[in-house]
Ligand binder design. Structure first.
Ligand SMILES: CC(=O)SCCNC(=O)CCNC(=O)[C@H](O)C(C)(C)COP(=O)(O)OP(=O)(O)OC[C@H]1O[C@@H](n2cnc3c(N)ncnc32)[C@H](O)[C@@H]1OP(=O)(O)O
Ligand SMILES: CC(C)C(=O)C(=O)O
Length: 566
């Protein structure tokens, strides 16, 4: 790319010449691609591989208790095909498959998958582990990409073809008298394998394992290491989908990793390109940067109005179990499940969300449906946090980037106060001063302390209302009040149109003028200890200001607000 005056970037000095584009590493077959025009209208078959690919990537692989807990979680939220281990790898993996075989942990509609390399002793051990299990997919893999052939297996194409055929035949022999067994083959690093060779070995397995409607063969095409933009993977998958033999009897599966951070995009485009089955891990655990994240994939579909067929209505519980089992955290910004993903700190986002909630409530009412069933259209929130068990309280939080809208939202949801617009703006300045000084987030308690210091408690009030009573008389309300100042305590009686006006008059007689510009009374929702709030805007030398009174009755709250202004 030539440099332009608007782009002053210079060479980094890093040795980028050491790397080659994916297009120089693998021939990508030319196709008349259809995937860009397709849409995803239903969930693919999801296959979590946490207990195998995820597990093999952990510093401390899961012990039997953690494996079991993870398995039970996956069953409970609706997965129907689950890769449960690499039984020939370790006694723990083997024993876990035995546990499944000997217990009632596998429901009738769930199929387990076991993983094996193409080596006779390990294949036989794998079959030993599944004795007694009714529904099993035996998943065999071999590396097929040129670098792996050369560096790992030290085998030419012909030798490898023969190795795969022999191992495939071993699998068939071991599974021969087991009607509930199906087969899966993965050409490892499919995305760096020459397309003709990948097709050749896959078609050989389709033929050898005799794919048919009763026993379809799973062909799983992994992007073992992600090396190209997702459109390249989509082309590779569409090419395979159009050229695999007995396509009707083949379940085309994908297994993206996330080395370039685009595992989710690869899986989605692969489904557009014809993939019917997706292997991945919950929250994207797995080798290096992880397997594709099944939670994000499913909830991406959900946000488009497509049923993911997996129940994520309590995403936090799922998160906690997965973190417990993997002993790896989930990032705070993780799509749909991270701590902060339903949180807005910035002022304009908070304002929009708050207005969005109000609009949502109105729309639901107009449509005559509960809010939880109404169409979701709230700015900045792709899905309703409630749908995944998150709450609205975490939606808006306050720091120095926040504005009046978010603060007002918290004052309403946390403290029951509906601050008038002018007071919102004034209080926002108080909060802003605090957040600028401390640099920290303001929680609901601190917000309340700031509010009461600014508007409610005056430790040294100029004038205090010690006691009062109101009596309705023909000419209005008669207020009898005892006022205490620094110098004296006196009792007075004034009749006016209402108790507030009477107090204003009484204060004026004591040289304390309060010019009320606006007075707003609010009854606080039941369940809060004080039941009424009065917001009072009054004139000052430099404009107007606000005071607030909160008490058990509207009159008491209003008198307090007047006193605070005085
Ligand atoms: C992309 C993936 O995720 S693949 C899955 C990776 N997962 C794991 O490796 C976890 C479990 N693995 C293990 O426990 C062990 O590696 C075992 C039990 C499978 C094998 O252990 P070992 O016999 O000690 O072999 P080791 O791991 O050192 O090396 C692998 C050997 O298998 C060969 N190999 C690698 N993949 C395959 C395969 N799919 N099919 C056949 N042979 C293979 C390698 O070429 C190497 O052979 P060599 O010893 O002749 O050079
Ligand atoms: C499906 C298998 C071979 C795998 O884990 C991978 O290629 O990443």
């Amino acid at each position: 790319m030539t440099s332009h005056h608007w782009n002053p970037q210079g060479p980094s000095g890093m040795p980028h010449h050491r790397y080659r584009s994916a297009f120089d590493r693998v021939p990508v077959a030319e196709i008349d691609r259809e995937w860009p025009r397709n849409r995803i209208t239903q969930a693919p078959l999801w296959v979590p591989v946490d207990l195998r690919d995820g597990n093999q990537a952990l510093a401390e692989p899961m012990d039997p208790a953690r494996k079991r807990r993870f398995f039970e979680l996956m069953v409970s939220i609706g997965y129907k095909e689950i890769e449960v281990g690499y039984p020939s790898a370790s006694q723990t993996d083997f024993d876990f498959v035995r546990l499944l075989a000997e217990s009632r942990l596998v429901p009738e509609d769930v199929t387990v998958v076991v993983f094996t390399p193409a080596r006779r002793d390990l294949i036989e051990r794998t079959f030993e582990s599944i004795a007694g299990l009714d529904r099993v997919v035996v998943h065999m893999y071999t590396p097929t990409a040129p670098l792996w052939r050369d560096a790992v297996l030290r085998a030419e194409r012909d030798e490898l073809r023969e190795l795969i055929r022999r191992a495939g035949a071993d699998v068939l022999r071991c599974g021969a008298d087991r009607p509930g067994i199906r087969y899966e083959f993965s050409p490892e690093v499919f995305n760096l394998t020459e397309p003709d060779f990948a097709l050749e070995v896959c078609n050989a397995m389709i033929d050898l394992w005799d794919a048919c409607p009763e026993r379809p063969v799973i062909i799983n095409l992994p992007a073992t290491v992600e090396v190209a933009t997702p459109n390249v993977y989509a082309d590779q998958i569409e090419h395979a989908s159009k050229n695999l033999d007995r396509r009707e009897d083949v379940i085309l599966s994908v297994h993206p990793h996330n080395d370039r951070g685009t595992g989710v995009a690869c899986a989605e485009l692969a489904v557009l390109a014809g993939a019917q089955r997706v292997e991945g891990c919950l929250f994207g655990n797995g080798e290096r940067t992880g397997n594709v994240d099944l939670v994000t994939l499913a909830l991406n579909l959900y946000s488009q109005g497509v049923d993911p067929m997996i129940d994520f209505s309590d995403v936090d519980a799922i998160h906690d179990t997965v973190v417990h089992c993997n002993r790896i955290g989930v990032h705070e910004r993780h799509p749909y499940a991270g701590e902060y993903v339903y949180t807005a700190f910035s002022g304009t986002h908070q304002d929009a969300i708050r207005k969005g909630f109000q609009r949502h409530a109105v729309r639901a009412k107009e449509a005559g449906v509960p809010e939880s069933q109404a169409r979701w259209e709230v700015p900045y929130l792709p899905i309703d946090p409630h749908d995944v068990g998150r709450d609205y309280e975490a939606v808006i939080r306050v720091n120095s980037q926040s504005g009046k809208g978010g603060i007002a939202y918290l004052m309403r949801t946390e403290h029951g106060l509906e601050l008038p617009r002018g007071l919102q703006a004034e209080f926002a300045r108080v909060v802003q001063r605090h957040t600028d000084e401390t640099g920290t987030e303001v929680d609901a308690d601190t917000l309340w302390k700031l509010f009461s210091a600014a508007y409610l408690e005056d430790p040294e009030p100029a004038v205090e209302l010690v006691g009062w009573s109101v009596e309705h008389v023909p000419s209005g309300d008669r207020l009898t009040a005892t006022l205490r100042t620094k110098d004296e305590t006196t009792t007075h009686e004034v009749t006016a149109e209402g108790a507030v006006s009477a107090l204003v008059l009484m204060l004026a007689q004591h040289g304390r003028e309060v010019e009320i510009v606006n007075l707003i009374q609010q009854s606080i929702e039941p369940g809060r200890s004080a039941r009424a709030a009065t917001y009072l805007e009054y004139r000052t030398n430099s404009g107007t200001a606000w005071s607030v009174g909160i008490d058990v009755s509207t009159t008491a709250a209003s008198l307090r607000a007047v006193l605070a202004a005085a």
